[in-house]
Structures are given as C-alpha cells and as structure tokens.
Write a protein that binds this ligand. Structure first.
Ligand code: SAH
Length: 238
C-alpha cells in the first residue's frame, strides 16, 4: 500500500516538473481544443485545413506572458506598440474565406505577433508577410524562426506596396483596417486570386471585404463587421 502511494506521489511530482499538469502543455492543448469546438466549429467554421491549423498552432506562444491565461479566449489581445493579435474566430473566418487548397503563395500585410502567418504557414506552400513596426517585425521574425517555419518570409516595410519581387500571389490578407484597398495589392494578386481586408472607417468598425480577381475585373463580397487596428503609412495619406 505504501509503495503504491509512493509511486503515485512520484508520478504526480514528475507531472508537475515536466509541465504536463495544470500549467503545462496538456492544459493549453485542452484549452485549444475547447476554443476550436466552442468558438470556431460551433460558429460555422468548416474548412478542415483551417480547423487543423488552429488546433496545431500554439496561440499562447504568440501572446505576452501577462496574457497567457487568456490566450485561448475569443478576444484580441495586446502584443505591444498599441497593436493586437486578432481574436481566434476572426483569424479562422478570414483564412477560410481565402478558400486555400495547400499549394498557394500568400501575402499577409500586418505580421503583428506572427500568429496569422503561422496559421497560413500550416496550410499553404509559402507565406510572405510585411510589418511596418520594427520592434514587432523583429520579434515575429525571431518567433517564427524558433518555431521552425521555413516557409514564412517576413519583411520590414510599408505593406501598402505589397512585396512585388514575390508577386503575383494566389491570396492576400490584410490584417489592419484601411479606407481603401491599396492599388499595388490588387495588382500583385493573380487572376483567380482572393484578397481579404477590413475595409471602412479606421475609427469605428469595418466591413470584412472579400475580393475575387478574374480577368482583371474584381468581384466584391462583404462578410460582416469587424474591428481592426488601423493600417498606417502611405494608406492614411490618401
Ligand atoms: N496579423 C497579426 C495581427 C495584426 S495587428 C497577428 O496575427 O498577430 C495589425 C498589424 O499591422 C500591426 O502589427 C501593425 O503594426 C501592422 N501594420 C499597420 N500598418 C501597416 C502597414 N502599412 N504595413 C505593414 N504592416 C502594418
């Protein structure tokens, strides 16, 4: 009896030490599964590729240590410099709207924490992401490298101009709000490609807008209201 008690005690100490008890990976894995069921699937996210990526990418590694306990709640969270990581549902919704198959090259404007880029990196062949704030660019680049994403390329600069050298892209995702679509982005989108952007007032809410490019003409669909931090740089001068 005493031996069994001793073994149980050793096993629980081992669990705590290896972090697989309450504060460890199992805890976050569980939280992530709950997030996918409750905030994504129950609200209509269906694309298996998106669901698997959201199950796999550890959102708690992209948020400030201060917010670790909130990493799997369905809210945006501060990432420094007044910017935010988007809420999981919106990340899933925007990714799903791009109808990705897996062999695409995608451009993201607004790297932020790198979380959206990581989700895309799990699904497509190559991700190109541009960030205008140096501090955030450096942190995200380092984080994505440490996580082993060799198919994600991060650039410091104004995303208004896209990333011409690697264009055209199969899909473009803008994760900061703007009152118009930067023309260089429309130009760098392939025929047959999709672009998604929170479009409208950068002070109030925006319309999540999906654009299909076909034979150099554009079809536009609105997917609902969202609230994003504003895109800065060239876009705000026009
Ligand atoms: N996709 C991010 C969250 C984006 S928050 C994530 O998954 O964490 C919006 C980001 O857009 C901020 O980091 C902000 O600095 C950046 N941004 C704003 N204007 C930009 C511009 N003109 N070009 C590139 N990035 C821009």
């Amino acid at each position: 009896m005493r031996i069994i008690f001793l073994l149980l005690l050793i096993a629980s100490i081992f669990n705590v030490l290896t972090g697989s008890a309450f504060s460890g990976e199992n805890f976050y894995d569980q939280k992530r599964r709950e997030m996918v069921e409750k905030d994504l699937k129950a609200r209509g996210i269906k694309d298996e590729k998106v669901i698997n990526a959201m199950l796999k990418v550890k959102r708690h590694l992209f948020v400030d240590k201060k917010y670790l306990d909130k990493a799997y709640e369905d809210h945006p969270l501060p990432i420094g410099e007044g910017q935010t990581i988007s809420q999981p549902y919106v990340v899933a919704l925007m990714t799903e709207a791009l109808s990705l198959k897996g062999d695409e090259r995608v451009l993201e404007i607004g790297t932020g924490s790198g979380y959206q880029a990581a989700i895309l990196g799990e699904i497509v062949k190559e991700v190109y992401t541009v960030e205008i704030r140096k501090g955030l660019y450096e942190k995200a680049k380092e984080r994505l490298k440490n996580l082993g994403y060799s198919n994600i390329f991060v650039k410091y600069g104004d995303g208004y101009y896209g990333w011409e050298r690697h264009s055209p892209f199969d899909a473009i995702i803008v994760t900061a709000s703007a009152n118009h679509i930067p023309p260089p982005l429309l130009k760098q989108l392939k025929n047959g490609g999709r672009l998604i952007i929170p479009l409208g007032s950068t002070v109030f809410y925006q319309n999540l807008t999906l654009v299909h490019k076909d034979k150099d003409t554009f079809r536009v669909k609105e997917l609902g209201h969202v609230l994003f931090v504003p895109m800065i740089g060239e876009v705000s001068k026009r």
